[in-house]
Design a binder for this molecule. Structure first.
Ligand code: SAH
Ligand code: SF4
Ligand code: F3S
Length: 440
């Protein structure tokens, strides 16, 4: 009997990569590759990479170093690198890591079957061309629909915003929206397979549908998705504040299935820095949208992203970011020290702030947010939240679910509750989790 070939796949970066990796697994299965968690058992190692910050990129080279020694013991091993570092580096990647067989860019996953088959015959290949039309979404065979509780559904890809610090428009290409009919068809299939929650995914979902004459805009798409029977909860990510229309804000009061949570990255609280970042909104405009959201949906939980230490950020500008946190009242925040990226506008800016100072600012910001997250989690004690049970907790001794506001919640109950939205009384608010009791 011929033994099954084995794929070891590692995924870095954002949900878009996680979603691409699902497609990669399905494609590799199509040419006879099962999965292994041990790279030493693999016939094929694929890395789906992220280049959002220099550290993410360095990690890829670190991992490749590890795989080089595995390959020296198993010369037939095929190593492929895809995703955003592959897109950015292309040919350079093969020069820096000559033992790599394949480099595939963010628009080239559909070529992977023939690339891997070629590599089995000893070929080396690089594919990093962009495909700038909607055809790209149709290049995959229908992926296996595995029943699960919650799934991501890509609605658009790419980004045209060119925030001055960001590599994404360079490595993901121009914005393309997928047809609403195809999105709804996919979500119907997911619902039929038992999925309860979908998260509509894109680098900038708010600008969904731009340009297509008979296509809905994003609020229109949300309404169509809300019609799908079996889907009880809808989320979306990521939103750009400048494209968050009032109509979209009102969806939070009008569409029951829309979960009361929005990820709305501000990046900075200083108008001068926002301008240098090319974000297209002011602090006041951002806060106006936050106020509208709270008005439309008083229980809404807002999360965000902040970059500290952008070139030109002084103590006064940083202080404005700290007060922004007070004014918004974020449930959670992802924050990073600015990392210059090749080819971006900001990489050319003069930057006189020492890294140690930036790191201190990051620590201050994170400490502050930690306190307000804990406060918020504690303030939920005694409330009743609608929790979508996702399954067993990571420790396996209770259930894990999420509130509408996206707070992770532990609760006791039967495993058969997985996939159900149930009322839960919150009994404890911890730093990163809530604990709750199922109401009977
Ligand atoms: N499309 C999303 C964000 C994608 S990147 C959006 O616009 O909101 C995720 C986060 O990484 C960004 O929100 C930003 O906070 C951070 N980020 C992006 N480029 C960065 C850089 N060069 N240095 C540090 N952080 C960065
Ligand atoms: Fe990057 Fe800005 Fe696009 Fe987000 S909106 S992906 S931060 S360029
Ligand atoms: Fe990283 Fe690419 Fe996503 S750079 S954050 S994996 S779009």
């Amino acid at each position: 009997m011929k033994q099954e070939k084995m794929l070891y796949l590692e995924t870095f970066g954002c949900q878009m990569n996680v979603s691409d990796s699902e497609k990669i697994v399905a494609l590799m299965k199509g040419i006879g590759y099962g999965r292994t968690e041990d790279p030493r058992q693999a016939d094929l190692i694929l890395l789906n990479t992220c280049s959002i910050r220099a550290k993410a990129e360095q990690r890829v080279y670190g991992h490749l170093g590890k795989f080089k020694s595995i390959k020296s013991r198993n010369p037939r091993l095929i190593i492929g690198v895809g995703g955003c570092v592959a897109q950015q580096e292309g040919e350079r990647l093969l020069q820096k890591a000559p033992f790599v067989n394949l480099v595939f860019g963010t628009h080239n996953i559909h070529l992977l079957q023939e690339m891997v088959s070629g590599a089995e015959r000893g070929e080396r290949r690089i594919e990093t061309d962009f495909i700038d039309d909607e055809k790209r979404f149709d290049l995959f065979p229908a992926t296996d629909v595995e029943a699960g509780v919650t799934r991501f559904v890509t609605v658009m890809q790419g980004c045209d915003n060119f925030c001055s610090y960001c590599i994404v428009p360079h490595v993901r290409g121009r914005e393309i929206s997928r047809s609403a009919a195809k999105i709804v068809e996919e979500i119907r299939a997911l619902a039929a397979a038992g999925v309860t929650e979908v998260t509509l995914l894109g680098q900038n979902v708010n600008s969904y549908g731009r340009g297509g004459a008979d296509e809905p805009d994003f609020p229109g798409l949300l309404r169509m998705v809300a019609e799908v029977d079996g889907i009880e909860r809808i989320r979306f990510t990521t939103s750009h504040p400048k494209d968050l229309s009032d109509t979209l804000v009102y969806c939070f009061s009008q569409i029951n299935k829309l979960a009361p949570h929005i990820h709305l990255p501000a990046q900075s609280g200083s108008d001068r820095i926002l301008k240098a970042m090319n974000r297209g909104y002011t602090r006041t405009e951002y806060l106006r949208k936050v106020a509208l959201l709270k008005q439309a949906c008083p229980e809404i939980q807002i999360t965000g992203d902040i970059i500290v230490g952008f070139p030109g950020e002084d103590e006064a500008a940083f202080a404005e970011t700290l007060t922004l946190l007070d004014e918004v009242g974020y449930a959670d925040l992802f924050s990073f020290v600015y990392s210059p990226r090749p080819g971006t506008q900001a990489a050319e800016l003069e930057d006189s702030t020492e890294y140690a100072v930036k790191q201190q600012r990051l620590d201050r910001l994170q400490q502050k947010q930690k306190r307000s997250t804990l406060e918020l989690n504690r303030s939920l004690v005694g409330t009743v939240q609608q929790v979508l049970v996702e399954g067993a907790s990571s420790t396996g001794d209770c259930l894990f679910g999420r509130t509408g506001g996206n707070r992770g919640t532990l609760l006791d109950g039967a495993p058969s509750l997985a996939g159900k939205v149930i009322p839960v009384r919150i009994v404890e608010g911890l730093q990163t989790l809530l604990k709750g009791e199922v109401l009977h």
